[in-house]
Design a binder for this molecule. Structure first.
Ligand code: ZN
Length: 476
């Protein structure tokens, strides 16, 4: 009975996925709504996930030789207008500060929607000779984009992210770095978020404002819609020219640098929720789960039970596992439901009989399987192996689902029925913007990324010879 009551607090994942998402993010205390429309408060349980994402991602950047820096939140309005496409793309979304210190400002200031301009400006100051290159920096910060419709983690006016910015002497190097970072993101998605993604180049229509080329990684959510989970951009010399990023080459002549940038945000939290979640709530990938193992005492008032639970938690913590004993006054059944909804990967139940037998009962959140044959003695090895198995299973399960829901289409009708059925649709495309627009109008689907494999002969829209094979989907 308790179980039914608990589950009923979350909308049905199959029939009302949007409400399921809202219920889950609020009821598991990941997030709450801020007082200003479109803002979110990331609560401790949600922020701990972000901290784990940061930790894992930051280690990868540092291993790749990228250094962290911090640039100001406020950007002179004049910077935004220096790169024509950039200002056009971001103008509708920027928040502008016009007054400060009780007076009107001479020049309005933009709250950063992204930092290409201010970092371009500083690169222009710092780069003088070929010896200063490459310059590779990253910053962890917040940005602001005034969005009309917002949803926690997916689209909010303020969000947290990292933005990496590099300048190189040659276009080849900058392009290569754009791909390297795309692959770093793909590896991160797989090994840290247990999330399969499609990677590839974006169309002109979908590319970043001011970029020569944008690449993205797209993940399939539970409802078959796509979520853009990270992007990398090759800027060519667009920003270098706008901000005077010049260097003296080995040959003594003055040249413009080539820049690139890349970013992932708190959207990743939305992505992992909608990739892995089920009817009971969250299923968190172990590498980012704030609590990897929750230990629930059975008959916790009995002598020795809590002590045994705490001793087990200490042993697990010593091996680097994030373990917690739930010694609250709630009943074991209530605790089971709570931690299942909150997506903790492993639950260990420990009662007087288990302790006496030197055993523990283990429940895994991904498969909902319960097993009581594990010995307490080998708890560390058992838990480590289990967490790693859960990672693998979560990834494989999501990958199988994604692969089984990619279909080919050779007409707009087929494309429409494909996306209606919650699929990603592969289709040929002639490369014309008009056909891309038609697909959007006809099927409310957009070109997510171009497929590396280009095997479909004709454009899904006009029937002319296809230049690319595209993954179309409805997207968040
Ligand atoms: Zn066409």
């Amino acid at each position: 009975m308790a179980n039914e009551k608990f589950v009923s607090q979350i909308a049905d994942i199959e029939t009302d996925f949007p409400q399921w998402y809202t219920d889950v993010v609020v009821k598991t205390k990941l997030v709450d709504y801020g007082p200003v429309k479109g803002t979110m408060v990331i609560r401790p349980y949600g922020y701990a996930i972000w901290e784990n994402i940061q930790k894992e991602m930051d280690a990868r950047f540092k291993a790749a030789g990228v250094e962290n820096a911090y640039f100001p939140l406020l950007i002179p309005m004049s910077f935004m207008t220096k790169e024509a496409e950039h200002v056009e793309g971001f103008a509708p979304e920027v928040a502008v500060v016009t007054h400060a210190g009780g007076a009107k400002l001479e020049e309005p200031l933009v709250i950063r929607p992204t930092s290409e301009t201010i970092i371009g400006h500083m690169m222009g100051k710092w780069v003088e000779s070929w010896r200063d290159l490459p310059l590779r920096m990253n910053q962890w910060c917040n940005v602001m984009r005034w969005e009309k419709t917002t949803r926690p983690f997916l689209r909010t006016s303020e969000f947290l992210w990292q933005e990496g910015h590099s300048v190189y002497a040659t276009g080849e190097e900058a392009e290569q770095e754009t791909l390297n970072m795309l692959h770093l993101y793909e590896e991160f998605a797989k090994n840290v978020l247990c999330m399969p993604v499609l990677i590839g180049r974006k169309t002109e229509k979908e590319k970043f404002a001011g970029a020569v080329a944008t690449f993205g990684m797209e993940a399939m959510m539970h409802d078959g819609k796509s979520l853009q989970a990270g992007t990398t951009h090759y800027m060519g010399q667009n920003f270098a020219k706008a901000f005077g990023v010049q260097f003296t080459g080995v040959d003594g002549t003055l040249k413009y640098g080539y820049t690139m940038s890349y970013g992932v945000s708190t959207r990743l939290i939305g992505a992992l929720i909608m990739t892995h979640g089920d009817a009971r709530g969250l299923i968190l990938p172990p590498p980012v789960a704030p609590i990897e193992v929750v230990i629930v005492p059975i008959a916790q008032k009995k002598e020795g039970v809590l002590e045994a639970c705490n001793a087990l938690a200490d042993r697990l913590k010593k091996t680097g596992v994030r373990a917690k004993v739930d010694d609250s006054d709630n009943s074991p059944g209530w605790k089971f439901n709570e931690w299942e909804m909150k997506g903790v990967p492993v639950r260990i139940e420990l009662g007087p009989r288990d302790i006496e037998a030197g055993k523990m009962t283990v429940f895994r959140r991904d498969t909902l399987e319960k097993q009581d044959s594990f010995t307490l003695e080998n708890a560390e090895e058992t838990v480590k192996a289990l967490l790693s198995d859960i990672c693998e299973n979560m990834y494989e399960r999501a990958k199988t689902r994604m692969q089984s829901r990619i279909v080919n289409a050779s007409s707009l009708e087929e494309l429409l029925s494909g996306v209606d059925g919650g699929n990603f649709v592969r289709a040929g495309w002639c490369g014309e913007r008009a056909c891309e627009d038609k697909v959007k109008e006809f099927a409310q689907a957009t070109a997510r990324v171009l497929d590396e494999k280009n095997d479909l002969p004709t454009c899904v829209c006009c029937g002319k010879k296809a230049k690319h094979t595209v993954f179309f989907a409805r997207a968040y």
